[in-house]
Design a protein around this ligand. Sequence first.
Ligand SMILES: [Zn+2]
Length: 93
Amino acid sequence: MSAQSQHTHTNSCHEVLAHLNDYIDGELAPELCEALEAHLEVCEDCRVVFDTLNKTLYLVHQLRNTSPQLPETVEYRLFAVLNLEQFVPKKPE
Ligand SMILES: [Zn+2]
């Protein structure tokens, strides 16, 4: 896995969402975890995404346990169905 660890601050929703997966997997650098947690405390939108993603990953793990043949595409489809982008406030530019 090639982690993009150049960023030391996670203060935008986009950055938080980009790191959420690693955070849940426990693969995020400690300083990034802190920044992410700090953001989650103040940002309800990201909390909703975090909660949803957390439940989805739990589901995926459950599926993997019960059906080891589960193709990887199912996981990607799950994320696509979630359409996480909708939680990210779009700035008119
Ligand atoms: Zn946010």
